[in-house]
Design a protein around this ligand. Sequence first.
Ligand SMILES: Nc1ncnc2c1ncn2[C@@H]1O[C@H](COP(=O)(O)OP(=O)(O)OP(=O)(O)O)[C@@H](O)[C@H]1O
Length: 333
Amino acid sequence: MIEFKDVTKRYPDGTVAVDNLSLRIPSHQITVFVGPSGCGKTTSLRMINRTIERSSGTISIDDEDINSQDAVQLRRGIGYVIQHAGLFPHKTVLDNVATVPKLLGWDKAKTRSTALELLERVGLDLKLADRYPAQLSGGQQQRVGVARALAADPKILLMDEPFSAVDPIVRNQLQEELLRLQRDIGKTMVFVTHDIDEAIKLGDNVAVLRVGGKLAQFAPPAELLANPVDEFVESFIGKDRGYRALTFVTADTLRLTDVPGELARAEDGTPKGWANGSGELEPVGATFQRGDSLRAALDAVLTSPVGKGVCVDEAGKVVGVVEYAALAEAIRA
Ligand SMILES: Nc1ncnc2c1ncn2[C@@H]1O[C@H](COP(=O)(O)OP(=O)(O)OP(=O)(O)O)[C@@H](O)[C@H]1O
């Protein structure tokens, strides 16, 4: 656990970037700092690895004050990923990833095998290992940045707007990959973004900061959407919060009805289309599974030509359909 207790950062010109911040960042989860420009997200993050020193208060990692440790030693146990990846331009991808292992004096063979394994883990084609950063796309550079930060197997990973310089499609892929990676590695991640959707998607917990470096709310995303503490948080979360909150409710208990005759199925049980009475099949629309969210189920209903969402199992076989009424019932519950 990383704990901030009454932490304040006042820069030499008098700017108070972080004001009396207290919060507990749980281990093995993703905690996101989000808020408008200049609210102290980066300052808060960088105080954890002491690239910025706090003015007062304490920050501890697993109950040990970070100021009682040597700053260089501390930083070696904390991975750090920044916007534009911050790769060394004159080093190959492999050498970038191997930076910390080399500093730690690992032997060549172990360094190389670890670097290659990490590149694979973050979804990079190993053919790119000998390229230079300028020969990669923005998304690929970010993956290298994550691999480099993970190279010495740090317990903590700090990420400062790592995905904000790439286009929305790549950004979405990188977010999905980060969640997949986190399921494997279970690091304590602290992630900074100004994008509330990114915060809600990635965070197990979200700290919303307001300008002046004050904590407005610290809560899991579902709670933030359901119960914003004040108008600032509510307006920062934006519109559609009720709809977006459906992401955090599973479709497990939805009442399904039997498969109607009009839903044509292939031999393997997968849906083929809705019969429209004139001998043609209309596309099924989106489908959902039991473990998906109510939002996915609602999407299935809305994209269905007959207003019935098709529920499938893992193999894609139809298990039932859901109608508006059952969905409305589940949403109200
Ligand atoms: N070295 C510095 N000297 C003086 N003021 C600074 C310094 N670095 C940051 N600040 C100020 O501290 C406040 C918080 O900055 P910080 O970079 O932590 O915010 P942020 O939330 O990460 O912003 P952004 O989303 O724009 O990156 C801002 O008002 C900023 O201008």
